[in-house]
Ligand binder design. Structure first.
Ligand SMILES: Nc1ncnc2c1ncn2[C@@H]1O[C@H](COP(=O)(O)OP(=O)(O)O)[C@@H](O)[C@H]1O
Ligand SMILES: [Mg+2]
Length: 442
């Protein structure tokens, strides 16, 4: 039997697209696409890269919230389904109601909530000054009912807040469970592809960073974005983890204010405890999140252990990375860390996997052991190899330029850059090993 596959064809110029587009990217005609069933055996043939125009230019809905659009790769792609994850209370509903508010000035938006009442959302909308006619609030949890309503109303954008509260009657398991979350996500993603409606799913991430629901649906959706930060702090980092329509590791910074999340165009030293002097056990480093250098404070606390096995606790830092750094310090600096519990933390709930923070983490632990603080206004950047060597990492010049703007004066960086950067108006020190770095600082 021949396999059938669906595609949409522009009735004006014959342009084909896997999804129904509002406007033909080839001839510019509106509402000209009609579905056709094609036999894949005859239709699916290799195409010459040289002779054919680009396939689909994705049509995007711009929100005008610059940080949000940039992280998505230029706006929300029509007919795509994305996931916005984050801890409860971090501001997902706030951000997405803002997005809904801006988009509904021109297009139709349905905001489906399974967690809050109409009044709660109305109050938030008032606080955010959202008063658009084309924004509809739909309080519902039943996926089939939501789906049929979407098909009837045919909005341009649907927000599902949250994927953990929606459920399908014919699927086993409680809402929020693996099965329900996955099937809900499948249904909404399928709906987006079929109709060209864009869908944003909201997903809660638990405190431990275990992505109970969201992790299981990452492969189903077109993009995964996280809103991070500490609930006690105003700074939020919005970043992409997966993006079929743009680069990953792009990030934007917001601040939570009375009137909602406000984009910070020129992020300052956001993840640093704000009291000038650097305390014992702390160091400051910078990571690159996409094209954005972010400066943050790494804290370490070492205390004599009372247990046969010393404790190692890492927050915001990969646990295994901590163990590795500890091993390097024991071997290369002959520090007797076996008798100490070690706690490490990044200020402000910031998380990163950027290895250029290795040296800063190592020096923070040394600082706590020696009970000596590092010089004020200093930044430490470099990855550590198993031999204790300081390895170069990408984006150093960008970090230094931004760091200088933020008022940092001393930079300790890998010796690899010795003849490659020309510091002006700042002090740059070069280290080739963790020993050398330690001797330069203490
Ligand atoms: N009046 C207010 N002014 C400023 N911030 C507020 C106000 N009310 C609530 N918030 C902030 O909004 C947060 C709740 O955000 P919300 O969007 O509901 O998070 P999520 O959807 O991720 O659980 C609260 O933790 C609080 O920081
Ligand atoms: Mg919410």
């Amino acid at each position: 039997m021949k396999k059938k596959s669906k595609s949409f064809v522009c009735t004006n110029c014959g342009y084909r697209s896997p999804i129904k587009l509002g406007k033909c990217p080839n001839c510019g005609t509106w509402d000209s696409f009609e579905e056709e069933e094609t036999s894949s055996e005859t239709q699916n043939i290799p195409i010459s890269l040289e002779e054919n125009p680009p396939a689909t230019y994705e049509e995007r809905i711009k929100t005008g919230i610059e940080e949000f659009d940039r992280v998505l790769g230029g706006g929300i792609v029509k007919g795509s389904a994305i996931l916005v994850g984050g801890e409860p209370g971090i501001g997902k509903s706030t951000l997405l109601l803002q997005v809904a508010g801006v988009i509904s000035e021109k297009l139709k938006v349905i905001y489906v909530s399974g967690e809050e009442s109409y009044n709660q959302i109305k109050m938030r909308a008032d606080r955010l000054s959202i008063h658009t006619k084309n924004l509809y609030i739909f309080i519902e949890q039943d996926v089939n009912l939501i789906k049929s309503t979407i098909l009837k109303e045919m909005p341009d954008l649907v927000i599902i807040d949250s994927i953990q509260t929606t459920f399908l009657n014919d699927i086993e398991g409680a809402p929020g469970g693996l099965n329900q979350v996955r099937e809900s996500a499948r249904t909404f993603t399928g709906l987006a592809k079929k109709t060209g409606i864009s869908v944003i799913l909201v997903g809660h991430v638990t405190k431990e960073g275990i992505l109970a629901g969201p992790k299981t649906i990452e492969h189903i959706v077109d993009g995964v974005f996280y809103l991070e930060g500490s609930r006690n702090d105003v700074t939020r980092l919005f970043r992409s983890v997966k993006n079929r329509y743009g680069t990953t590791n792009e990030a934007g910074i917001f601040e939570m204010e009375e009137k909602g999340l406000v984009g910070v165009k020129d992020p300052s030293i956001e993840f640093i405890s704000k009291n000038g002097e650097i305390p014992v056990g702390s160091t400051i480093t910078a990571s690159l999140e996409g094209s954005l250098p972010i400066f943050f404070e790494v804290q370490a606390l070492t205390t004599p252990t009372y247990f046969p096995i010393p404790r190692r606790v890492a927050s915001g830092i990969e646990y295994n990375r901590l163990l590795l750094i500890v091993a390097i310090l024991e071997k290369r600096l002959r520090l007797k860390l076996g008798g100490f519990d070690i706690y490490v933390n990044i200020i402000g709930g910031f998380k990163t996997e950027d290895r250029s923070m290795d040296l800063a983490l190592a020096i923070a632990i040394v600082s706590s052991m020696l009970e000596k603080s590092i010089p004020a206004k200093s930044v430490i950047i470099g990855e550590l190899g198993l031999g204790g060597e300081v390895r170069p990492t990408v984006g150093l010049e960008r970090k230094i330029t931004q760091g200088k703007r933020l008022g940092f004066q001393y930079f300790l960086v890998p010796s690899f850059f010795k003849d490659r950067i020309t510091p002006k108006g700042i002090n740059v020190h070069f280290a080739s090993s963790v020993e050398e770095a330690k001797n330069l600082i203490f």
